[in-house]
Design a protein around this ligand. Structure first.
Ligand SMILES: Nc1nc2c(c(=O)[nH]1)N[C@H]1C(S)=C(S)[C@@H](COP(=O)(O)O)O[C@H]1N2
Ligand SMILES: [Mo]
Length: 257
């Protein structure tokens, strides 16, 4: 029996349908692996290559003595998050604060400050370098991010840690500050979630109750007012897709120093 016109049309529709989705699928794969990072991430991979060539990412940032500490350490960016939820936490000396850790982990957690303080800590005197052209040295104490991550057991697919902060960057209360680092920086021995600065509780102006210290990176990577940490495979669908508030405005994601 000869196929009717309708049979042929159905066949063509099915053939085109699967070819069409194959084509779309391969575009998607391409955009994830080849020209997309090459074009859009050209600057980033160049600066990363330079950083690799100059110094290993595992090497330690310089540490200083008590005497080297800056007499004054300014607050930059947000000095006090403009959010009712944050004000309530602050009023109560952060007794109700919980750091949520979720995403690609086997044991999602919600940790109080006391629980964070019970984890392995590290104290370090380091220099903060802001791209706006100032640097300052301070002493930081906090939980080692490696210890915290080991306790939540990252799944094999996890590649980045995203930090969600309490401070809105837009006047209408939206667009929270956020940042992200890869697991290499997250497990670096000097990467801590600091709860103390210069032997006192971390001030609100500098990110209370906890802020990131990722000592091999520029200032804007050091997320303050961290409310939640999410382990992800990619940050493509988070915020503007570039891995951080300032990255979404064009700053480099890899800000190694
Ligand atoms: N949540 C949040 N984190 C942030 C910022 C901010 O505005 N909000 N500013 C960043 C920038 S640009 C710098 S230089 C440092 C400033 O830290 P400091 O206030 O302790 O000086 O925090 C970084 N982390
Ligand atoms: Mo900065």
């Amino acid at each position: 029996m000869n196929p009717t016109r309708d049979d042929r049309r159905r066949f063509l529709a099915r053939a085109l349908g699967s070819a069409g989705s194959l084509f779309l699928a391969s575009c998607d794969r391409l955009s994830q692996t080849e020209w997309f990072p090459k074009v859009l991430g050209a600057g980033e991979s160049a600066s990363r290559a330079v950083a690799h060539a100059v110094t290993s990412r595992r090497s330690m940032a310089q540490e200083f003595s008590e005497a080297d500490r800056s007499p004054m350490f300014r607050s930059n960016g947000t000095a006090e998050p403009d959010s009712d939820a944050y004000r309530q936490l602050a009023q109560n000396a952060f007794a109700d604060y919980r750091l949520v850790v979720d995403g690609l982990v086997d044991a999602p957690a919600s940790l109080s400050l006391a629980e964070l303080r019970a984890l392995q800590s590290r104290t370090q005197i380091t220099r903060h370098d802001c791209v706006e052209g100032w640097s300052a040295i301070a002493k930081w104490k906090g939980v080692r991010l490696a210890a915290l991550l080991e306790s939540v057991r990252p799944k094999p697919g996890a590649r980045f840690v995203v930090f969600y902060c309490a401070d809105p960057m837009a006047d209408d209360g939206t667009d929270l500050y956020y940042e992200s680092i890869d697991l290499e920086d997250a497990f670096h021995p000097q990467t801590i979630l600091a709860y103390e600065m210069n032997d006192a509780a971390l001030p609100i102006a500098n990110g209370a109750p906890i802020r990131l210290r990722v000592e091999r990176q520029l200032g804007y990577k050091h997320a303050k007012y961290i409310m939640r940490m999410e382990l992800v495979e990619s940050f493509a669908r988070i915020g503007g897709g570039k891995g951080g508030y300032w990255e979404d405005q064009g700053y480099q994601w890899f800000a190694g120093i």
